[in-house]
Design a protein around this ligand. Structure first.
Ligand SMILES: [Zn+2]
Length: 343
């Protein structure tokens, strides 16, 4: 096991040149990387809870706090919800509680969504596309909305604020849905905003030449477009639950019952190829591996402490921070391809 850093404030001691940008993804995805403003737990099981520490505290709060804010502002000054919004919400709740889709209907709808997305996409060449865009993600989500949710989910979210995003920094969760609330002030009411983000890194690391069988949400996927659909289906339920009940948890029975009735999902996890798996398979590098890499023209030795988009390598140094084994280490962030296992 690699050493753990002692409890003290985190600070990046060293970031070698060339170790900042990893060249793992097709160039187009670098441009799709938005600023990460909020996150959901690694297994994506606690949706709707945004991390206040990663956001500006004055602007966005976690869901628990914001819930209170919303209630207060509703009591004081907010106008009553518009009738059309109330109708959409009732309709959405009705679908979530009772709709059941037969397997053959689900299959036909899946194929229809696939062909429609491919026909309209400017970036996707085929089902195993090597480029995509926010427009593709938005179109797919809207197709699901109109086919499964009677156009009452995305439309309802748009009434508040809805965005779609690809992230190359999400290295564990295949997707995430967030609900953020901007606190009410004396001058303006509270604002709610929804966002669905999909991991481009996981999708593009999977379905390469040596792909093993891949399941997402318990359903076998044969290409990237299918995997993307399963993730969008999963996130659509998170969004719909948040719109109706505010909280959404894919580890909970309610979520899993909906996912099974609508989409035949039997699990709430994915088996996409993670950076960890890829590092082990292609480079024989794991957490705890002793490695060396080139820094300023010199070989440097260290231990892999973490693998996300890049590897975090701890290198013993008197200038470093103290870790649980009472040794001092400097921290380097290195692309996996820049590491060699040391024998
Ligand atoms: Zn989930």
């Amino acid at each position: 096991m690699p050493p753990k850093k002692n409890a003290e404030k985190s600070s990046k001691k060293s970031t070698p040149n060339g170790a900042i940008k990893s060249g793992w993804l097709p160039g187009i995805f670098e441009g799709l990387l938005g600023g990460t403003t909020s996150r959901v737990a690694g297994d994506a099981s606690k949706r709707g809870t945004t991390s206040a520490s990663e956001k500006s505290n004055s602007r966005v709060s976690s869901q628990k706090t914001s819930l209170i804010t919303t209630r207060k502002s509703t009591q004081k000054s907010k106008p009553k919800i518009a009738p059309s919004i109330a109708i959409m919400k009732d309709r959405l709740e009705e679908i979530l509680r009772h709709q059941q889709i037969a397997p053959e209907v689900y299959s036909a709808r899946s194929r229809l969504i696939q062909t429609t997305v491919l026909q309209h996409s400017r970036a996707m060449a085929d089902e195993n596309f090597s480029a995509t865009s926010v427009a593709d993600l938005r179109l797919m989500s809207e197709l699901y909305d109109s086919i499964y949710f009677d156009s009452s989910c995305i439309a309802l979210a748009k009434h508040y604020g809805m965005a779609f995003r690809w992230s190359s920094r999400m290295t564990r969760a295949g997707g995430k849905t967030t609900r953020t609330v901007r606190r009410a002030t004396l001058r303006r009411a509270a604002e709610i905003h929804y966002e669905i983000t999909l991991s481009s890194s996981l999708l593009f690391q999977t379905f390469q030449d040596d792909s093993r069988p891949i399941k997402v949400c318990g359903r076998p996927c044969h290409h990237r477009l299918e995997a993307m659909q399963r993730i969008v289906e999963h996130e659509a339920i998170h969004l719909a639950e948040m719109l109706v009940w505010i909280d959404s948890d894919c580890a909970a029975g309610r979520f899993q019952a909906i996912a099974n009735r609508l989409f035949g999902h039997t699990e709430h996890r994915h088996e996409l190829v993670t950076q960890r798996e890829r590092a082990a398979k292609l480079f024989d590098i794991r957490v705890g591996s002793r490695v060396y890499f080139m820094h300023d023209g010199h070989p440097v030795q260290g231990v892999v402490n973490r693998i996300t988009r890049r590897a975090t390598v701890l290198v013993e140094s008197p200038q470093g921070e103290m870790y649980s084994n009472h040794k001092r280490y400097l921290k380097y962030y290195v692309p996996i391809s820049g590491l060699k296992p040391s024998k």
